[in-house]
Write a protein that binds this ligand. Structure first.
Ligand SMILES: O=C(O)Cc1cc(O)ccc1O
Ligand SMILES: [Fe+2]
Length: 452
């Protein structure tokens, strides 16, 4: 394993034990240096940088994007990135698919649920272990998303990756991973998430394996914090709980491979050193992680069940105000107090497509069958809601204040229909009988009012 050098690494980490150190804030203009004086002050592009470093800008938005959306980072690195790619050769990464990806033999119209993709001893890296479940939109026009499951059993060695197609939202469910990135180190475990920006080069190491989790690959505009509207300035996800790593670099010479995802295809290029050579950087285009346990849910405190948008952690806009390319929504522990109300999710049909995953515990609308590591898909305009047990239980419950405990599920909700991959339809553990969970819902109507 290559050890990243960082001066700031010596500082105690306020959030957790371990070697990675972070700076708080979401979308801040950060500055950080792993060697004293490596970061130029007062200008971006000095005639000569200290330590013989090269200055380079990484633009995450168009140069002319409006202030407030404009994101870029200045890197001071041992070699410019042009030395970190050579000629490209196409490689096959058969399980990582991009939209549009429509298997004519697969029917995506339906309510689907999967058991967890089984853990394995097979040698799988972040790249080879990615299994696409659904795709939506079009990677070439930078709209839509893909939902993946990853199984990672082996660290990448002298191998690096970046996606020019997308930003990745990583939601671990088992195991611990280290993302050694150009801009610093992120250690990630279940109940945390990470955002890896488009174009960022990194290596993924297994700290505790096997590791399994979910990835939302966002082809479109970056994830942002949602507006809180009348909720005000606090609660939901608070900016200070997002953590961006301090600068960390490698000065490591070895035969290495950089794999690039570009327009849905994978390409490899050979170089003779580690590309993780940014000694100092400043800017607002950077990876971060977030502890989902710091999410402060706001909900119904008297009656009824609000729309799940109330639990939005992050939203990736689509250009149409209020209609997201992707919302990342969290269903976590919370108190249920609503009076004279059916408390779980109601029955509904949604113009948005809902892909859900279970991180741990039991989800209130599906007491059985939706298990940690499992996923479900309720595609555009496909009706769904509580299974029979959940319906009967909640319709007849004594409505005292009740804590929904030991539960954490999430939703990737997109305005676009999601298409199942061949893997999702035929190799992944699809539950054939999922829709039977509504079978025994009986007709109660008999023309007379009153309790049924
Ligand atoms: O379908 C689901 O379980 C997700 C969901 C939860 C909720 O509380 C309201 C609507 C909704 O789609
Ligand atoms: Fe739903």
């Amino acid at each position: 394993m290559n050890e990243l050098t960082t001066a700031a690494r010596a500082k105690p980490d306020a959030t957790k034990a371990g070697p990675a150190s972070y700076m708080p804030g979401f979308g801040n203009d950060f500055e950080t240096e792993a060697l004293p004086g490596a970061l130029p002050q007062g200008q971006n592009s000095p005639q000569k940088c200290n330590y013989g470093l090269y200055a380079e800008q990484l633009s995450g938005t168009a140069f002319t994007a409006p202030r407030g959306q404009n994101e870029r980072t200045w890197c001071y690195r041992i070699r410019p990135s042009v030395k970190h790619t050579g000629r490209f050769e196409k490689i096959d990464v058969p399980y990582w698919k991009s939209a549009p990806n429509v298997d004519p033999d697969v029917i995506s119209l339906g309510q689907y649920r999967w058991d967890p993709v089984p853990m394995t001893d097979v040698d799988l890296t972040w790249i080879t272990g990615m299994r696409t479940m659904t795709t939506a939109g079009d990677v070439n026009t930078q709209v839509g998303m893909a939902a993946h499951v990853y199984l990672v059993t082996r660290s990448m060695q002298d191998e690096y990756f970046f996606s020019a197609d997308s930003e990745l939202l990583v939601v671990p469910q088992a195991g611990r991973l280290r993302f050694a990135t150009e801009l610093g180190v992120i250690d990630l475990e279940p109940k945390e998430i990470a955002i890896l920006p488009r174009g960022l080069v990194y290596r993924v190491e297994v700290l505790e394996g096997p590791a399994r989790g979910f990835v939302c690959e966002n082809y479109g505009q970056k994830f942002d914090l949602p507006g809180r509207g009348p909720i005000g300035a606090n609660c939901m996800a608070n900016p200070r709980d997002f953590k961006t790593p301090v600068a960390a670099f490698e000065d490591h010479e070895a035969e290495s491979t950089v794999v690039v995802k570009w327009c849905g295809a994978f390409h490899a290029t050979k170089i003779g050193h580690s590309p993780l050579d940014v000694v100092a950087w400043h800017g607002n285009y950077a990876p971060c992680k977030y502890d989902l346990r710091t999410y402060s849910p706001v909900g119904a405190i008297l009656f009824d069940h609000p729309d799940p948008s109330i639990f939005t952690v992050l939203t990736a806009p689509s250009g149409q105000p209020g209609t997201a390319n992707i919302d990342f929504v969290l269903f976590r522990e919370r108190w249920m107090v609503a009076e004279h109300s059916f408390r779980p999710p109601w029955y509904h049909k949604n113009i948005m497509s809902e892909l859900m995953g279970n991180i741990y515990g039991v989800y209130d609308a599906k007491p059985q069958g939706f298990v940690p590591g499992g996923m479900s898909l309720h595609n555009m305009m496909l009706p769904h809601g509580p299974d029979r047990d959940a319906f009967e239980g909640a319709s007849n419950a004594d409505l005292k204040a009740e804590k929904l405990d030991e539960t954490m599920s999430f939703m990737f909700e997109t305005r676009f229909p999601q298409h199942l991959t061949t893997f999702a339809a035929s190799e992944a553990p699809l539950q054939d009988n999922y829709i039977d969970c509504w079978d025994s819902l009986e007709k109660k109507f008999d023309g007379t009012p009153g309790e049924k």
